[in-house]
Design a protein around this ligand. Structure first.
Ligand code: DP6
Length: 359
């Protein structure tokens, strides 16, 4: 055999309800200080990735959105380095030693400001597993994806997902698993208000370490997050949007407080994010029965994710009207998790060894 099949996969991002911020290991293991819980998004936002190993390929090459990104270049980003390390690790577990051609595309509306690292890493490990015939199970693949970007381990499953922090030094017990299928609470939606489309000023990798090192408030954070995990599991089990909203807002605010308490301070929220926070509180406070109907949560960026149910969708959209700086609104239900596509949906041209769509 001189080459593998061309394998193409799709994966989607996830939004954390209980956040991962702060690591036990900074050498590429990405083991976290606390467990976390997220909702996998549907294919409104997705990464598609094709991989191919062949003796015709002269060096490992990756194209992202039609542009070559040399993963072996000297000055590569940390994420590219981790991606390269996982490519090497998975290839060494197989009998194949050819170079790889990887073509990856995000469908995110241009400038959506949605991080592609989680869906990108999940799509990559799924495709590598198949192309290299490794037969790893989803838990093992979540451990692989975690080493590219921590939060990516949760994008290996659909529905509601828990990342167990684990305690071993080698990270073998720090993995994700699905805790609720998407059908359990199918009315749950994420309304994403895009208020900034640029890349973040401080990468999350740098942020995690700076907060753990310098924030006094952070000392309380892992235990607070673990308590929130118990509450959020209860809220989802009982489909309790009131409790879910309260917990996710508090957890997001708590994480962003530790970021502000970092020295020098890290501030991901902007004025539009803050206006959305006030509007959602106003919306909840105006409910006659005192039950909350929606909750905001923010990852390492200013874009708001507002979690609510279909029933309250229009009220939430109304409350966003007039917020200055909203560039776009996306909506997502829970996704089903990654999948492998058919052969003819490949993104790469086998004869020219380039992406079908070049920039
Ligand atoms: C704020 O997963 O991007 O989105 O492991 O360094 O790649 P690395 O960090 P990353 O951190 C994301 C943190 C967060 C919260 C979360 O998704 O849980």
């Amino acid at each position: 055999m001189t080459e593998t099949n061309i394998v193409t996969s799709i994966a989607t991002p996830n939004i954390a309800f209980i956040k991962y911020w702060g690591k036990r290991d900074y050498t590429g293991l990405n083991t976290p200080n606390n467990s976390s819980i997220s909702m996998t998004l549907d294919e409104t936002v997705k990464t598609t990735t094709s991989v191919f190993f062949s003796s015709k390929i002269k060096k490992d090459t990756i194209f992202i959105n039609g542009v070559e990104d040399s993963i072996l270049a000297k000055e590569v980003s940390e994420k590219s380095r981790y991606m390269n390390a996982i490519l090497n690790k998975m290839r060494s577990l197989s009998k194949i030693n050819y170079h790889a051609l990887i073509v990856s595309e995000n469908n995110f509306p241009s400038g959506a400001g949605i991080a592609s690292s989680a869906s990108g890493a999940a799509a990559l490990v799924i495709a590598l597993n198949e192309a290299l015939s490794l037969k790893m199970n989803t838990k093992e693949l979540s451990i692989m994806a975690r080493q590219i970007s921590g939060s990516a381990c949760r994008s290996l499953y659909g529905g509601i997902v828990k990342w167990h922090k684990g305690s071993r030094d080698d990270g073998t017990d720090s993995y994700a698993e699905q805790i609720f299928k998407k059908e359990h609470w199918k009315e749950l939606i994420d309304i994403i208000a895009i208020v900034d489309s640029g890349t973040k000023k401080i990468s999350s990798s740098i942020g995690h370490e700076a907060t753990v090192k310098t924030s006094t408030l952070y000392k309380e954070r892992p235990a607070f997050a673990e308590r929130n995990i118990e509450e959020i599991e209860k809220a989802i089990k009982n489909k309790d949007i009131d409790l879910l909203s309260r917990i996710i807002m508090k957890d997001s605010n708590n994480m962003h407080a530790t970021m502000l308490d970092t020295w020098p301070p890290i501030m991901y929220l902007n004025d539009s994010s803050k206006e959305i926070i006030y509007n959602i509180h106003e919306l909840n406070d105006s409910q006659k029965n005192e039950k909350y109907i929606a909750g905001y949560t923010f990852d390492a960026g200013p874009n708001a994710h507002i979690i609510t149910t279909e029933e309250h969708r229009d009220e939430v959209l109304d409350s966003l009207k007039g917020v200055k700086g909203i560039k776009k609104i996306l909506e997502s239900h829970q996704g089903a998790g990654p999948r492998i596509l058919s052969k003819d949906e490949s993104l790469l041209n086998e004869s020219t060894l380039t992406p079908k769509k070049m920039k």
